[in-house]
Design a protein around this ligand. Structure first.
Ligand code: NDP
Ligand code: 8X3
Length: 254
């Protein structure tokens, strides 16, 4: 491991991002933690700051100017970013496409597509400066690969994550910078609470009686990807719980 490994995690205030902050901190990495909920970032800084250097950024990934400024303003001790985890994202509107508010589609595109692009553009120079061993982990989804009802723009935005990751690899060839699309299946976080706009019962029902992935499971995948030997690039990892699989094609009948 290099002397001062630094990981920047977007969406660090809950779910995968928060679990990743803890996993990387336990391994001695310095942290840059981003999200909109400042109080949660402050709590993480209080606890994890006892182990490692923690820099928090209250940031909406949709705001390209704010993202750019926050990266330019990084203090010197965390400016050499080793790993970027583009994790911030959300699904909205689980109902069929024809019943969805346009605003919900727009929010998913602004966050999962434009937000990803904003952060990547701002952080890429630091990863290039770092060179060999620098890693970008983009959180896609099984929804980016497999269609299902109610996935509409969410799944399409995660397909963007995958293709963007692959295309970046082409352009970054020779720089030493690695790019991975990490695509989880069903995982119990605040994801469904957000997707249903706060419907706790719907969220609990989705995860009840099965064994979804945990945030910790995915955080450990992130750490594994980030700490592989410098010459190895995982292009894409799709991870489902054993208790999730596909179903037969749906057929409309008279
Ligand atoms: P959570 O809802 O628990 O976490 C989402 C995180 O994204 C929060 O920290 C939230 O922070 C942040 N975020 C959302 N919008 C913005 C924004 N505009 N600007 C900055 N940060 C934002 O869900 P997960 O941990 O499950 O989700 C993390 C990623 O994993 C997402 O990209 C999601 O699509 C993906 N995913 C989730 C799966 C699941 O089943 N849980 C499966 C596959 C992929 P804050 O609100 O403080 O800004
Ligand atoms: C979401 C994963 O299983 O809910 O990214 O489609 S799933």
């Amino acid at each position: 491991m290099k002397a001062n490994n630094v990981v920047l995690i977007t969406g660090a205030t809950s779910g995968f991002g928060e679990a990743a902050a803890k996993v990387f901190a336990a391994a001695g990495w310095s942290l840059i933690l981003c999200g909109r909920r400042l109080s949660r970032l402050e709590t993480l800084k209080e606890t994890l700051g006892q182990q490692v250097a923690v820099h928090i950024i209250e940031m909406d990934v949709r705001n390209s100017a704010a993202v750019k400024q926050a990266i330019e303003d990084l203090p010197a001790d965390v400016a050499d970013i080793t790993t970027l985890i583009n994790n911030a994202g959300l699904a909205l509107a689980p109902q069929p496409a024809q019943q969805v508010d346009l605003a919900d589609w727009q929010t998913m595109i602004d966050t999962n597509v434009s937000g990803l692009v904003n952060v990547t553009h701002a952080v890429l120079p630091a990863l290039l400066r770092h060179g060999a061993g620098a890693t970008m982990i983009n959180i896609g989804s099984i929804a980016g690969q497999w269609p299902y009802p109610g996935s509409h723009v969410y799944g399409a935005s995660k397909a963007f994550v995958k293709q963007f990751s692959y295309n970046l690899r082409c352009d970054l060839l020779g720089t030493g910078v690695r790019v991975t699309d990490l695509a989880p299946g069903i995982a119990e976080t605040e994801f469904t609470l957000v997707r249903t706009k706060g419907d706790r019962a719907a969220s609990d029902t989705l995860y009840r009686g099965t064994t979804p992935l945990s945030a910790q499971d995915i955080a450990e995948q992130m750490f594994y990807i980030a700490t592989l030997p410098d010459h190895m690039n995982i292009n894409h990892i799709e991870v489902m719980p054993v208790r999730q699989a596909w179903q037969p094609f749906a057929i409309d009948r008279d």
